[in-house]
Design a protein around this ligand. Structure first.
Ligand code: NAD
Length: 462
């Protein structure tokens, strides 16, 4: 929550638990941080070896504090313990990867057009990187942006989401003293701080909702800053005619409901090839698989579905299920808040929806999933593609030819076969299609290309 000048972050599991209360730095705080980051740029850009070594020290510090940070993630954003452990471990690996990446070749030699001359390129850091991040991966997303930016010589101003401010501040504390002053600054703030960062940074990387991403893109583009935005999804899993239905149901249940559906890559639509009866049958199997997932306190190791981030998010899930039911849909399971303290909503499966139902077109960021039939694989692909977003998709089938045909036709940046839409590899490019994404990919080798620019140098003998 942000008030006029304070950010107050409370636990979704127990809203009376105030995790942190801190002053919103606002536009002024961002301007000061950008100025310090600019002053730190020249020295930080000099030695890739020093950057690599410093990043390795950060990775060690994060690993040493892993248990404590995991506890804070569980408490502040309600991420189930097992997932939180995975996220922090991944973040350590991301920093180590970036530390090694800093030492890879950073230019190319070309044959010169004039004999006796020298033609080469080198990669130069783009400057101050402004990073604006969401709350749902409060460790991994800030670091999958910051680590490559730092590795390639940028300095960083990071504005985390208000709901994950405590995790952000703790990360900054962990790295304090391991990086030169001004090289990585965490600035707590809300929308005004985010806009100021998009206005002032030399390069901008945003992850969050589609409407905010559109604003950030406009602000950054207006002053000519390269900008990448990773935004929301409406991710489809296709269940083809030959698929193993129980395997698909178990996999999709985890992809749709894990972390209460609050992953940008969560499955929110299931397109079942066949008639309505097959879709109904699949919806029942999915409901059974969902029923087997442990719902409850995120601090319990067995919990798969914890709370959503706040009461408004819980209400949005219930409202979406009620609106679908009012339009004639069948709510197969869930659709109501859970009777306990905290922002808990029961995992929800809906089928027989009206064609214009919101659940088939927009992201409802929570544990709710729609099941629809399609006449053929081609028709299923058309349904999957018939939304503005295009982040992730999955295909369930035992037919390799059908799988690869669907992979070629699906408008999504990340496509899985017989695997959950959720889950990403930090060393491979990450990003979406259509309205889910703007600008170059994140992670893996794509990150170097984004945070640096190519300079072409021609040298003639003097
Ligand atoms: P959000 O868009 O509300 O906020 C994201 C960030 O933008 C926060 O730091 C927020 O403070 C900041 N912000 C808000 N208004 C701003 C403005 N006017 N100008 C500049 N910055 C502003 O998103 P959220 O609720 O934190 O995260 C959930 C959303 O993020 C979902 O839509 C989810 O799909 C998406 N997401 C996408 C990916 C991806 O990689 N595609 C990954 C994780 C989350």
């Amino acid at each position: 929550m942000t008030t006029d000048d304070m950010i107050i972050s409370t636990s979704p599991h127990d809203p009376t638990d105030e995790v942190v209360s801190v002053r919103d730095a606002g536009a002024r705080g961002i301007a000061d941080a950008v100025e310090r980051a600019r002053a730190a740029l020249p020295a930080w850009g000099v030695s890739a070896f020093e950057r690599s070594t410093a990043l390795l020290r950060c990775a060690d510090a994060l690993q040493a504090a892993a248990d404590e940070l995991v506890g804070l993630v569980v408490r502040e954003v309600g991420k189930p313990l097992t997932e939180a452990r995975g996220e922090v471990a991944r973040a350590v690996a991301i920093i180590r990867y970036a530390a090694q990446d800093a030492l890879l070749p950073s230019g190319e030699i070309y044959p010169p057009s004039a004999p006796g001359t020298w033609l080469q390129t080198h990669q130069r850091p783009r400057g101050v990187a402004g990073l604006i991040t969401p709350w749902n991966f409060p460790v991994a997303i800030p670091l999958w942006k910051a680590a490559p930016a730092l590795a390639h010589g940028c300095t960083v101003v990071l504005k985390p989401a208000p709901q994950s401010t405590a995790v952000g501040l703790r990360l900054a504390e962990l790295f304090d003293g391991l990086l030169p002053p001004g090289v990585l600054q965490l600035v707590p703030g809300g929308a005004a701080a985010g806009t100021a960062l998009a206005e002032l940074a030399d390069i901008v990387s945003f992850t969050g909702s589609s409407p905010v991403g559109a604003l950030v893109r406009r602000v950054a583009t207006e002053h000519g800053a390269p900008v990448q935005c990773e935004m929301g999804g409406s991710n489809a899993s296709l269940v083809l005619a030959d698929a193993d239905l129980d395997l698909a149901a178990r996999t999709i249940a985890g992809a749709a409901m894990g972390y209460a559906g609050q992953k940008c890559t969560a499955t929110s639509r299931v397109v079942v090839v066949g008639d309505q009866a097959r879709a109904d049958d699949f919806a029942e199997r999915l409901a059974d698989a969902v029923g087997a997932l442990a719902v409850g306190d995120p601090a319990e190791a067995a919990t798969v579905v914890g709370p959503v981030v706040d009461q408004a998010a819980a209400d949005a899930v219930v409202a979406a299920a009620s609106a679908a039911a009012a339009g004639g849909a069948a709510v197969v399971t869930g659709g109501s808040v859970v009777d306990r303290a905290g922002a808990y909503v029961s995992p929800t499966v809906v089928t027989r929806l009206a064609a214009d139902d919101r659940l088939l077109h927009d992201e409802v960021f929570g544990p709710i999933c729609a099941v629809v039939p399609a006449d053929s694989t081609d028709a299923a692909v058309r349904v999957a593609n018939g939304v503005r977003q295009g982040l992730a998709a999955a295909v369930f089938t035992r037919d390799l030819t059908a799988a690869m045909s669907a992979v070629r036709q699906l408008d999504a940046g990340m496509i899985k076969v017989n695997a959950p839409t959720s889950g990403v590899d930090f060393h491979a490019p990450f990003g979406g299609s259509k309205a889910s994404s703007h600008g170059p990919r994140e992670q893996g080798p794509a990150a170097r290309a984004f945070y640096t620019e190519t300079v072409t140098v021609t040298v003639s003998p003097g």
